[in-house]
Design a binder for this molecule. Structure first.
Ligand code: SAM
Length: 214
């Protein structure tokens, strides 16, 4: 469960993160949504594309552990470093496998499987691991229009009916590519809701009658 000790650990252990956390009050910001969604959906598979130091994957993984029905986060990140493309804010955090294992262990979130690859490279492996079915797809990797659109196009087919895609940085001047990509999502197939709280978070769900193929 979410003790103050754990909240403090994730907020301090994965920062700095643009997730609307408040260190003074242990406010998890967008993390409340990540945690709540994974529990609400009894998530078995969560696919996370891109993470600086593991904030979002840890929130999902913690929720699945607390729910205790079994559940794994697949984290895809090539461990780029730097603010500019192709990294988009990565800090090379995923380079040292032993340190990564210790990091997740200290959060009580060993149920995270890291694929140190780009999203395009990892696609086939993710389909094999998950059986092509996920309840949550979290997109926070490369932030150009083309990349954000491609990540959604490649991976959204895995989202089951009732599941949710979450796109980070969708209301943010620094990286307008994400909100531009959201604009072109097919509204006949997807319902889209953007929370315009900097840096923005967009939730996308399948419309009734939309087949899982995409
Ligand atoms: C902006 S950072 C995510 C930071 C995040 N907002 C947080 O709070 O932790 C973007 C991450 O995406 C990763 N990335 C960049 N291109 C990617 C790609 N093609 N596929 C998967 N991850 C990618 C980078 O290595 C970096 O770690």
């Amino acid at each position: 469960m979410l003790s103050n000790k754990w909240l403090k650990k994730i907020i301090h252990g994965t920062g700095p993160q643009a997730q609307r956390v408040d260190r003074n009050t242990n406010n998890l910001g967008f993390g409340w949504l990540y945690y709540g969604l994974a529990r609400l959906l009894w998530a078995r598979w969560v696919i996370v594309i891109g993470s600086g130091k593991g904030f979002a994957p840890c929130c999902y993984a913690k929720a699945m552990n607390d729910e205790d029905r079994g559940g794994t986060v697949i984290l895809i990140d090539p461990s780029y470093k730097g603010l500019e493309p192709p990294s988009y804010g990565g800090i090379g955090f995923w380079d040292d496998a032993e340190a990564v294992e210790q990091h997740f262990s200290s959060m009580g979130t060993q149920n995270i499987q890291l694929l140190k690859k780009t999203s395009a490279e990892a696609l086939v492996e993710v389909e094999e691991i998950t059986g092509g079915k996920a309840q949550i797809l979290h997109i926070d990797g490369a932030h150009s229009f083309e990349n954000a659109k491609e990540d959604f196009n490649l991976y959204s087919r895995f989202i089951e009916m009732g599941g949710v895609a979450v796109l980070h940085d969708s209301f943010c001047q620094q990286w307008p590519g994400v909100s531009e990509a959201v604009e072109v999502f097919n509204r006949k197939r997807w319902d889209v809701l953007t929370l315009r709280l900097w840096p923005g978070l967009t939730l996308v769900t399948r419309k009734v009658g939309s087949a899982q193929e995409g």
